[in-house]
Write a protein that binds this ligand. Structure first.
Ligand SMILES: Cc1ncc(COP(=O)(O)O)c(C=O)c1O
Ligand SMILES: N[C@@H](CCCC[NH3+])C(=O)O
Length: 451
C-alpha cells in the first residue's frame, strides 16, 4: 500500500493553471524566466503541442525544447544589454550545443562562448559567425588555438601565463595576431554550489586579479598577441546580483589601472552565471541584473559589453520526457522507476539538484503518493527526484522540467544506454533535432582484436 499525501505538486500546479488559462499559448512565469510549457485541459503542452503526442511519436526518454522560449530568453539579454552603446551576447555553448539551437541563436544575432575545438566546430556547422566567438577554458591545445586563429575568432579568454606563452607561439608560427582578454579570478564568492563556483582563489579558473596588471603589461609586449579585453566568470546558478557587481567593480579598477599604463581595453566580458528558478529560487531577471551593470558602465561608453549566458537562456526552455516503467511501493520508500536515468540527466546525482517533475497528463484516477523518481542505472545515486508527490500509475508519462541546460550536453552512454532524442517545438510544428541513438552507435569506433 503506497503512502497517501494531501496535496500533490501537480495539483497545486493545476490550480494555478486553471486560474490563468485564457489563451492556448500562454507563457508560464517562472520568476526570471517566462516559458511556454503550460497545462491545457490537464495536458502539458510545449507551445501548441501536447507533450504526450511528442512522446508517442519519438519515444522516451526525449528532450523537448521550445523555440519561443529560447528566443524570448535570448532577447531578454540582448535588449537589456542594448542599453549600453555596444554589446554582444555570447551564448555559452556548453549549456546546450545542439546544432538547431545554435543555429536559432545565430539567426537571432548571438555570438558564442566556447570551451573546445568541438564546440567551435559545432558553432561553425550551425552557421555561427567565428568573429562573434570568445574562447574560454583552462587547457586550450595547440590544435585548438591554431584552428580558432585560422577562423579569426573574436577573442581568446586566456586563463594562465603558460597559455599566454603557448598562444604567442602558435600565432607566430602561422603569423596571425591573437586577440586576447585575460580571464581574471576576482576571488569572489558566487554563493552557489561549490562544484560550479569558479571565481574563488581556490578554483582552477582564471588568473589572480592581483597579478593581472603585470601580466597584461607582459602580454602587450608580445608580437602576435593583441590585448583587447578583460573577462571573468565567477560561477553558475547565481541567484543574487551583488557578487556580479562586486566582480564588475574589481574589473573596472583593473581597466582604470591598465589605462594608466597605456593599455586601453576595448571590451569587458562579464561572463555568464545568471541563475534560474528550478524551485523557489528568485534570481534577478536579465533586465534587473544587466540594468545595474549598464548603469555602472555609463562612464565607460567606449567598452563593448560582452556576456556569456547559458543556463538562463536554455534551462527553462527544455524538459525531459520519461515514462513510468514500474511503481515499486515499499515500507521506507515508494519508487517510481522511469526510463530516463542519470546518464540522461546527471544534475540531480552530481549536485543534488532539484528539478520539478510533473505528469504530462493529470491522472485523476490515480492515488497521490510520495515517490523517489529513479532510473534503470545500477547506481543508488541514479535518481531524478526524491520525495515527490505524484498521482501516477505504471505507463504514465512525466516531464522533468528546467532540463534545457546541462541536460543533454552532460548525458552519457553509461550502462550502454543510447542517448535520448531531442525535439524542438515551434508553435505547432515539431522538429526532431537529434535522432535517438541506435544500438550500433554504442560501439561505434570500437574493434575486437582478432588473435
Ligand atoms: C567561462 C564560462 N562562461 C559562461 C558559462 C555559462 O554559465 P551559465 O550557464 O551559468 O550562464 C560558463 C559555465 O559556467 C563558463 O564556464
Ligand atoms: N553543469 C552545471 C553548470 C556548470 C557550468 C559550467 N561552467 C549545471 O548543470 O548546473
Amino acid at each position: 500500500m503506497v503512502k497517501k499525501v494531501r496535496l500533490p505538486y501537480h495539483n497545486r500546479h493545476l490550480k494555478w493553471q486553471n486560474r490563468s488559462k485564457t489563451t492556448l499559448i500562454q507563457p508560464n512565469q517562472r520568476m526570471n524566466n517566462v516559458d511556454h510549457f503550460n497545462y491545457q485541459q490537464n495536458r502539458l503542452f510545449a507551445e501548441l503541442q501536447p507533450l504526450s503526442s511528442i512522446a508517442a511519436e519519438f519515444g522516451t526518454p526525449c528532450y523537448v525544447y521550445s523555440r519561443a522560449t529560447i528566443a524570448q530568453h535570448y532577447q531578454a539579454f540582448a535588449s537589456a544589454a542594448s542599453k549600453h552603446p555596444h554589446s554582444l551576447v555570447c551564448y555559452a555553448v556548453k549549456a546546450n550545443s545542439n546544432l538547431a539551437i545554435l543555429n536559432l541563436l545565430a539567426k537571432l544575432g548571438s555570438g558564442f562562448d566556447i570551451v573546445s575545438g568541438g564546440e567551435l566546430r559545432r558553432v561553425i556547422a550551425a552557421g555561427g559567425d567565428a568573429k562573434k566567438v570568445v574562447f574560454s577554458g583552462v587547457a586550450k591545445t595547440e590544435d585548438e588555438m591554431r584552428f580558432a586563429l585560422e577562423l579569426g575568432i573574436k577573442c581568446f579568454n586566456v586563463e594562465s601565463i603558460a597559455e599566454l606563452d603557448r598562444l604567442q607561439l602558435v600565432a607566430s608560427r602561422i603569423d596571425k595576431k591573437a586577440a586576447i582578454s585575460i580571464r581574471v579570478n576576482p576571488d569572489i564568492d558566487a554563493k552557489t554550489h561549490p562544484y560550479i563556483s569558479t571565481g574563488l582563489k581556490a578554483n582552477k579558473f582564471g588568473i589572480d586579479i592581483l597579478l593581472a596588471r603585470d601580466i597584461y603589461r607582459k602580454a602587450a609586449g608580445y608580437s602576435h598577441l593583441e590585448v583587447v579585453g578583460v573577462d571573468c566568470h565567477i560561477g553558475s546558478q547565481l541567484t543574487e546580483t551583488q557578487p556580479f557587481l562586486d566582480a564588475l567593480e574589481k574589473l573596472l579598477t583593473l581597466i582604470d589601472d591598465l589605462a594608466a599604463d597605456g593599455i586601453a581595453l576595448k571590451h569587458i566580458d562579464i561572463g555568464g552565471g545568471l541563475g534560474v528558478t528550478y524551485d523557489k529560487e528568485t534570481p534577478p531577471s536579465p533586465a534587473d541584473y544587466l540594468g545595474k551593470v549598464v548603469e555602472r558602465l555609463k562612464s565607460y561608453p567606449q567598452l563593448e559589453l560582452i556576456m556569456e549566458p547559458g543556463r538562463a537562456i536554455m534551462a527553462n526552455a527544455g524538459v525531459l520526457l520519461t515514462k513510468v516503467e514500474f511503481l515499486k511501493p515499499g515500507q521506507e520508500k515508494n519508487f517510481a522507476i522511469v526510463d530516463a536515468a542519470m546518464n540522461d540527466l546527471i544534475r540531480p546525482a552530481l549536485y543534488s539538484a532539484w528539478q520539478a517533475i510533473v505528469p504530462l497528463e493529470i491522472n485523476s484516477a490515480a492515488q497521490p503518493a510520495l515517490y523517489d523518481i529513479v532510473g534503470p542505472v545500477c547506481e543508488t545515486g541514479d535518481f531524478l527526484g526524491k520525495d515527490r508527490e505524484l498521482a501516477i500509475v505504471q505507463g504514465d508519462l512525466l516531464a522533468v522540467r528546467s532540463a534545457g541546460a546541462y541536460g543533454f550536453t552532460m548525458s552519457s552512454n553509461y550502462n550502454s544506454r543510447p542517448r535520448a532524442a531531442e525535439v524542438l517545438v515551434d508553435g505547432e510544428k515539431v522538429h526532431l533535432i537529434r535522432a535517438r541513438e541506435q544500438w550500433q552507435d554504442l560501439w561505434r569506433g570500437e574493434q575486437v582484436i582478432t588473435d
